[in-house]
Design a protein around this ligand. Structure first.
Ligand code: NAD
Length: 362
């Protein structure tokens, strides 16, 4: 069987601790399913600044571009906050650009065992939360020209341009429709077509693209309504596809309502080549080096990587099943701890997941 070349980027803060647990899970997948993963590490972020003076060394870019998939921990921390000219975060933005990643995919799923952490009312949570937000990452108002500041009639004016080309809309819509096929088969495209011209082009192109996916149901929603509906009844959504600005806000909203950022994975994907997978949380410097971090978002990022980039669906399902079993057994890291449950550290949580995973295959 083909060996898979996975590039690990531990980064800063809790990054190395959570990536260590992800590596153990990859090894367990190898053991249970007879797969071979070559998982080597490269420097990024503050760790790379300390070692080389550059948050994204060329060697890291080369290793990532040449890999089958990339798994990142997190970057940043107070140690590197004083020098604005060389920020760890530049490593993250740089690697996304170098790998040509244009789609950010964030599932916000609430494990029923963690209902207590959810910010929504019990009767809403009862219906379940399993939304995937597909956000366009490289276009829209964040990059549109013209942009800038000027002075007109004696007062300052700031401006940006929201612009989308057909090709940019089509490729992100394709990511959403393809993802929907592996889920409940529904895509809701979010825009502001009642006000914005750019949104009317967005809506037309998404509708045209949908014709190639007759098995997927497409609906459209204005962004203000989508923000409201996510809180009122998230169960109505399967995949949400939207532009850069709206996606930035809605993906955070979808994540935060679940109540546990330590549980949520994400992916950034390009047209071809390796995808970049990472937990949505940061480097948590307040708990770094204390074996307190929740490794489950990173472990679930491994599952996402196996499913979306390597096509190993059965293996991905098995990882998610193992995580679910460990939660059912009552093991919790500090961030998701509730009364009556068993508090464990990062390494012990990893051990429970690996054991549950291997037990199911025995
Ligand atoms: P954060 O996500 O690192 O932490 C927010 C809070 O959540 C903290 O209290 C932290 O302890 C907790 N937390 C986060 N992940 C956790 C986990 N896995 N288990 C248990 N608790 C967890 O956000 P922040 O504090 O705003 O940022 C800290 C640093 O991380 C900053 O330097 C920031 O720039 C960076 N950051 C990096 C990324 C990334 O690498 N993608 C994303 C966000 C922030």
């Amino acid at each position: 069987m083909k060996p898979y070349n996975i590039r690990l980027l531990p980064g800063d803060g809790i990054g190395p601790e959570i990536i260590a647990q992800a590596r153990r899970v990859l090894d367990a997948v190898g053991e249970r399913f007879g797969r071979t993963f070559f998982a080597e590490e490269s420097l990024i972020g503050g760790a790379a600044i300390d070692a080389t003076g550059d948050p994204l060394p060329q060697a890291t870019i080369d290793a990532c571009v040449g890999a089958d998939a990339v798994l990142l921990g997190a970057v940043g921390g107070p140690k590197w906050d004083d020098d604005p000219t060389i920020r760890p975060e530049r490593g993250l933005l740089g690697i996304r650009k170098a790998m040509g990643l244009f789609a950010n995919v964030r599932p916000a799923k609430l494990f029923p065992q963690l209902r207590g952490a959810c910010y929504l009312r019990e009767d809403i949570v009862e219906r379940g939360i399993d939304v995937m937000v597909v956000r366009e990452l490289t276009g829209g108002i964040y990059f549109g020209e013209p942009r800038g500041e000027s002075v007109e009639h004696g007062e300052r004016v700031g401006y940006n341009t929201m612009v989308y080309r057909e090709s940019e809309i089509r490729r992100i819509a394709e990511v959403a429709f393809t993802a929907a096929r592996t889920r409940s088969g529904r895509v809701c495209s979010v825009d502001k077509a009642n006000v914005l011209d750019v949104s009317r082009v967005w809506r037309d192109v998404v509708t045209e693209t949908a014709k190639h996916y007759p098995d997927v149901e497409l609906s459209h929603m204005y962004v203000d309504n989508a923000a409201m509906q996510l809180v009122r009844d998230p169960s109505q959504f399967d995949v949400i596809v939207t532009g850069n600005l709206f996606g930035d806000i809605l993906s955070d909203e979808a994540s935060v309502i679940t109540g546990s950022i330590g549980m949520l994975p994400s992916a950034s994907l390009g047209a071809e080549g390796p995808g970049l997978y990472e937990p949505i949380h940061g480097s948590a410097p307040d708990i770094a080096g204390q074996d307190m971090a929740n490794p489950l978002a990173t472990i679930l990022s491994v599952a996402m990587m196996l499913r979306l980039t390597l096509g190993l669906t059965e293996e991905a399902d098995a990882i998610e099943q193992a995580v679910s079993e460990v939660l059912t057994a009552g093991y919790r890291t500090g961030d998701i701890m509730e009364e009556g449950k068993t508090l464990v550290g990062c390494t012990e949580m990893g051990t429970h997941v690996v054991n549950a995973f291997l037990r199911a295959g025995a």
